[in-house]
Design a protein around this ligand. Structure first.
Ligand SMILES: [Zn+2]
Length: 214
């Protein structure tokens, strides 16, 4: 089992390539991208939107269910794409998906799906759009059974970084059993990083002191 954050990321990359979905999202380096000033994680490019995301959101604990749903949508659309591609469309996704109101999204009809398929502000992928509507309904079911999605997620918060990969696989398995789509283990790992269940900045990053205990 891998023990440090760098090898965990490498593992993710391997998992992604094995799945042939070239998942290059959170924490995964775009080799052709211009680097930031090296005081941040190596995967952060010079794009200000990415720097702001890294500095102010990534790895920080989220307890608001609306934001947890927002990242669930964004991460599910990221599979196979670069995270920066998704970040740049964040406002578009918010407009398209009822400001990430899970109840409203769960009621989307085929007419809404057709509208989204023509919306250039998002990723026009029918499977992912349908998954978002499906996942909204499943999200509401978890809120009902657990009080909130945030409290459901707490059981997957690793006490040590070395447990993170196992817990992300467990989360993916449970979500799959509950009927979620496009939330495999790699996506779940990225999601857990995004909402602060896992915090693992690179050793050279100025924010590495925030990391989850190793
Ligand atoms: Zn960092």
């Amino acid at each position: 089992m891998v023990k440090d954050s760098l090898s965990l990321r490498t593992t993710n990359r391997v998992i992604a390539s094995e799945a042939k979905q070239s998942n290059t999202g959170n924490g995964l380096l775009r080799r052709d991208a211009p680097r930031n000033d090296a005081s941040r994680c190596h995967w952060v490019t010079k794009d200000q939107i990415y720097i702001d995301y890294h500095d102010h959101e990534w790895g920080k604990r989220v307890t608001d269910d609306n934001i947890l749903f927002e990242f669930l949508i964004l991460e599910s659309f990221q599979a196979g794409l670069n995270w920066l591609t998704i970040l740049k469309r964040r406002k578009g996704f918010a407009r398209a998906f009822a400001r990430f109101n899970a109840r409203k999204v769960s009621k989307f009809t085929e007419k809404d799906i057709k509208r989204l398929l023509e919306d250039e502000g998002i990723i026009r992928h029918r499977g992912k759009i349908e998954a978002a509507v499906n996942n909204a309904a499943k999200f509401l079911e978890i809120q009902k059974s657990h009080g909130s999605f945030a409290s459901y997620l707490e059981q997957y918060r690793p006490k040590r970084l070395r447990d993170a990969a196992t817990l992300s696989a467990n989360l993916a398995k449970d979500l799959k059993q509950r009927g979620f789509k496009f939330m495999g283990a790699t996506t779940c790992y990225a999601y857990m990083q995004a909402v602060g269940l896992i915090t693992e900045h690179s050793p050279e990053c100025k924010l590495a002191k925030r990391n989850t205990a190793a």
